[in-house]
Design a protein. Sequence first.
Length: 329
Amino acid sequence: MDSVDLQVLKSAKAWRDAGHAVNLVTVIETWGSAPRPPGAMLAIRRDGLIAGSVSGGCVEDDLIDRWKNTSLIHDKPALISYGVTQEEASRFGLPCGGALRLIQEPLTDTGWITDLLKRMDAHELVARVLDIDNGMSKLEPANRRDQVSFDGRILRTIHGPRWRLLIIGAGQLSRYIAPIAQTLDYEVIVCDPREEYNADWNVPGTALLKGMPDDVVLELNLDAHCAVVAVTHDPKLDDMALMEALKSPAFYVGALGSRVNTKKRKERLLEFDVTEAEIDRLHGPVGLRIGSRTPPEMAVSIMAEVTAVKNKYPLEHVGDKKLSNYAVA
């Protein structure tokens, strides 16, 4: 669940607890160029106040009108479709013939939201299972491979940090990378065995591990929903993490350094039983070329590249990634 939808649930709970009637809308299926993915949510208060988005603004006004129209109010979840025809897609401004199906759900109980938020604070990945025939729901454990699903009666949505980011180094740059990653729905883990760096690490919501980087990578048992960014600028630490991370299924492995230093790093890794194919997975110099010079700008650049790789977006479409942060020898 991304941070936008997390705020939707918090707003919905606060409104309902304050006595407002609230409608919760969830995207269950999209076709074409729909702006928001399955699982995206919108909370609508009876007076028209909203939190979140299910279409980037295309159908929200119609959903508000439906909620204000008592004849269209249901006492249990109901299906709504937009853009099924070209005429309707044009009417609602859905781009490129996009279409979407939604479930509109009157929020009568916030207990499940309280429980869900508690589990998410504990970094649990949770599935909410909603029966649209009776409006009953339950929470159950989920895993990172799970996706939003709907079989015509049962809606299963996934909530919690589906992605993990391991940052090697607790220095200044990491303090900017971590909160950006959290906003992008990553569980953030920082590894740094150096007391002078880890002693005052205090970024809320992150986990700090003080073990040696290679041991930490192995202990975390990285999977295809994990990314690793090495930013200590100390080969003794960065290389230890990289030689294990590059052998893992992690979808992204990157390291800070100039082009010259990156070339030297790759030569060193060959001496540590890392194959050329595995070394080719290394993103270095790390980050996209955006002219970044300051730590905050570099953090944006790094997370932009991680995002592009996660979304399987060709990096050549966003410029020459090799001319990136620390690209000058």
